[in-house]
Each structure stands twice: as C-alpha cells, then as structure tokens.
Design a protein around this ligand. Structure first.
Ligand SMILES: [Fe+2]
Ligand SMILES: [Fe+2]
Length: 474
C-alpha cells in the first residue's frame, strides 16, 4: 500500500477516511513535536542530516535518503501489507481467523503491552539526547540521529494503535507516553533499562546491540500476534530496527578493531598502556558488555510466568519465528529450567512450556547476541591475542525472575553474597572506567575523521563514501 505523503501525517492506513481518528492524531502531533524539541537530540535540530525516510513498506527500496532537519522528519504510520486470510499462528485458537479489532476480554492486556512497548521508544531518544555533543565522527552522528528519528516513528506506530483501537483510554495513554521521562524521579519510564543513562558512545553501541535487540525480539513476538494491526505494525518496525542493531554491532567491532591496532602499535595489551594510547582496553569493553547484557535480560521477564502463558494461549504474543516450531499449541509440553536450590546450588525444574515462553524468547535472544560476539572475537583471534569476549550467564546480576538477587559470578556459579560484593566491581564498569571512557569522548566533526578510540567503518551509508558530510551542522 502506498504511503500518502500529501497528508499532514504520512500514512498507509487511509487515515483521511477516518476523520475523528485523523483529528485525534493531528492533535497529538504538536505534543509529539514539542516533546522532540525538548527531550530529543540536544542542540542539533537545525542541522541537515542525511537520513532515510520510509516511502513504502516493500522490503526492497522502502526508504528514501536525503538531507532533512530532524524536526521536519516525516514521522508517520506505516503498517506492513495485510496478509490475505491470515490465521492465528499459535495458541488455543491456532488456525482461526486473526482479529481486526481488539477482543473485549483482551483489551486491557493488549493496551498494557502496547503501552509498555511504546514507552521504550521515546525513552531511548531521551537516554541518548546528549550524545551528539561527543560523536566520534559525522558518520556516527548521522547514525545516532537515524536511530533517534526511527524510535520516534516507533512511538507513532504504538500511538496509532492506541488511538485507533482503544478509544479514550488509548488517547490518555498516548499523552502519558510523552509525560513519563527516562530517569525522572517522579515519573520514570516503565522498564528499568530505559532509565539507565547513556552518556558515552561505548554505552550507546552496547545499548543498540543488546537493548535494541531485546526490542527486535519483542517485535518479533508481536509480529506473530493474532491482533493483526499490531502484527502488521511490528513487521514494518522490524525493517527499521535492523539498522539499530547494525549500529551497535559495527560500533563495537570498530572500537575493538581500533584497540587491537593500538595494542599492535604499542606492543602491549596492558590496559593502562592501552588507555594512555587513547584506546579503550578490551577488559573495559567486556565490563560494559556485562552491564548492558545483564540489564537487557530482565526485559524478557520471569523465566516462569503465568502472564506469558496466558499471552501465548490467547494468541496475543507468540514466539519469534513461530513457524520454526513444530507444535504451535504447546498444551502439554514442558520446559526445563535451572533454578536456585535455595542452598547455594542449582536444580532443574520442569515447567509447562507455555509458562516458559519468556525463557524461550530469551534463549533465542542470547543465541543472536552470541553471533555478534563471535564476529568481534574473530577480529581478536586474527590479531593473535588470547582475549575473548564472553556473554555472562543469564543468571548473572538478574533483577527479575528465579535468579533475581541470587549472587552468582559471570559464569552463573552461585557464590556467597560477600564474594559477590567483593568482586562485582571487577565485573561491571567502575567509576574509574566510566571516567576514562568519558575522557576519550571528544567530538570529531570533520568529514571522514574519526575519534582516536574507534576505527572508521568499512563503508558509508547508502553508497556514500565514509568521508561524506553526513551532517551539515548549522
Ligand atoms: Fe524501536
Ligand atoms: Fe531500535
């Protein structure tokens, strides 16, 4: 379906045929714009940024590239094309027609899930709002802003669903999405990770790799939903989301590559020496990784969850790539979890598969993360070093689920609270690590030049060279 750009709100949902919905969204639009100006990227609203804008929802050639000032970005409502005669892909109603309207009995559940997803989108823009001032290159600055405007569009996607399908409560929720703010003591964002400050670019790359990837898996679960408008919205969001993870994946690769170059130049991998030479030592990168991965794991929820079981049974939220599973109903199947035995050890616990859905999704996520680590480790291996990045265990530093508050080391081995307290500082970024990382975050704004702690990308954006002027600063 073509996107109508003649409208004030670009869309492919024939918004102009529903006057009251159109009016309601047109009323929300100025509130969104003032939120963007107040809470979005600080100080860069007058810059011309080489951005992509969605022009269709075809997987091929869906975007247009050109210079845009961020407040002029055409945020709109784009749903993937409907699938003819789509049927529920899982749950008790497997094979029955999907819903084009919200079933009354699932209304509050769906609204809560959409609000929770929607809340993360503007949250990340708020978390990242100061990063422009320390961008290591114009290429990176452009990528940051691309991620930011698309997270803004993802908010639009969720707000559309709230307005179109949830009446007055939906409109109120849409207002609340602009009223909560990341890290706000009185009115914070809903999920913990989205209240963590992202004040340096190493954290930004970790966030786009680990936390946006949680987003990818949530969207993939919703892309299976029997609530068809939600599924279609999320399918198109995934197209945009791929770039966010690319930013994280290649960002960490480039930091690693630069560190390896410096190690070669100075002839030692001793962390202090690497730091004196202006690069970020590998153990520090590992500690950042430990922090963001473990924080992102909690976003999937408890290992055994009656809510997750209900969402699956009802067809509200499925498993990513549901088609790859043999059984789409999972009425009698079980899943084995490792749980603390309460005595400093681990025991196995068998739970109904439906109750373990969060864990199933988390396991797919972990596998996806490992592919990134394998790429970074290849770089290290190729340069002849023994160091390897590792993912901590999913038991490590958990705040939610069976392992919440259970002290373990990064390998997942239960340890005493005293040992945990004594060693945690060596597993996570210390104040000194953060101060060092902050100290190298110097802004570089000359086309093609990179800050000393990061290697240039292999190629530019959309066939442009790396030294293209991706952002024309005002
Ligand atoms: Fe998003
Ligand atoms: Fe994202």
């Amino acid at each position: 379906m073509a996107i109508d750009y003649a409208e004030r709100i670009p869309n492919n949902v024939e918004l102009s045929t529903n006057r009251s919905l159109q009016r309601a969204l047109e009323q929300w639009q100025p509130a969104f714009l003032s939120w963007w100006k107040e809470m979005g990227p600080s100080d860069f609203n007058a810059a011309d940024v080489y951005l992509r804008t969605a022009i269709s929802v075809d997987t091929k050639g869906w975007a247009n590239y050109g210079y845009v000032r961020m407040p002029d970005y055409r945020w709109g409502i784009f749903l993937a094309d409907p699938e003819q005669d789509r049927r529920a892909g899982f749950g008790d109603d497997f094979g029955k027609p999907v819903w084009q309207q919200v079933p009354g009995e699932y209304r509050s559940t769906l609204r809560r899930l959409i609000v929770t997803q929607g809340d993360t989108e503007p949250a990340s823009v708020e978390q990242q709002r100061m990063l422009g001032h320390t961008a290591p290159s114009l290429y990176d600055l452009r990528n940051l802003f691309q991620v930011n405007v698309e997270e803004g569009r993802h908010l639009w996607a969720m707000v559309y669903l709230l307005h179109a399908y949830f009446g007055r409560d939906g409109r109120e929720e849409a207002e609340e999405l602009l009223a909560r703010h990341s890290g706000d003591a009185d009115n914070p964002r809903i999920l913990g990770t989205f209240n963590e400050p992202i004040s340096d670019w190493l954290s930004f790359f970790m966030f786009t790799f680990f936390t946006d990837r949680d987003g990818k898996f949530q969207l993939k679960s919703f892309a299976e939903s029997s609530f068809d408008p939600l599924a279609r919205t999320c399918r198109f969001m995934l197209t945009e989301e791929a770039h966010h993870m690319f930013v994280g994946d290649t960002g960490i690769s480039r930091v690693t590559k630069r560190t390896l170059e410096v190690i070669r130049e100075i002839g030692t991998d001793e962390p202090e020496a690497v730091r004196r030479a202006g690069a970020i030592d590998l153990p520090t990168i590992q500690r950042y990784l430990n922090f963001w991965y473990s924080s992102s794991l909690d976003l999937f929820g408890s290992e055994a969850s009656s809510n997750a079981a209900a969402y699956f049974a009802q067809g509200i939220k499925g498993r990513p790539d549901e088609k790859k599973y043999a059984d789409h109903v999972e009425r009698d199947s079980t899943y084995t979890l490792d749980v603390p035995d309460g005595d400093g050890g681990v025991r196995s616990d068998s739970v109904p598969m439906r109750n373990a859905m969060n864990e199933v999704v988390r396991a797919s996520y972990t596998e996806d993360c490992l592919r990134g680590l394998a790429r970074w480790n290849k770089l290290i291996e190729a340069s002849g070093h023994a160091f390897r990045f590792t993912l901590p265990s999913t038991r490590f530093r958990r705040g939610i689920g069976n392992w919440a508050g259970v002290p373990t080391d990064p390998s997942g081995r239960p340890i005493s609270q005293a040992e945990y307290d004594a060693r945690i500082a060596s597993w996570l970024p210390s104040d000194a690590d953060r101060a060092f990382v902050h100290s190298v975050m110097q802004r570089v704004a000359e086309p093609g030049k990179m800050a000393a702690w990061i290697a240039p990308p292999d190629k530019g954006i959309k066939d442009r060279p790396v030294d293209y002027e991706y952002v024309r600063l005002a």
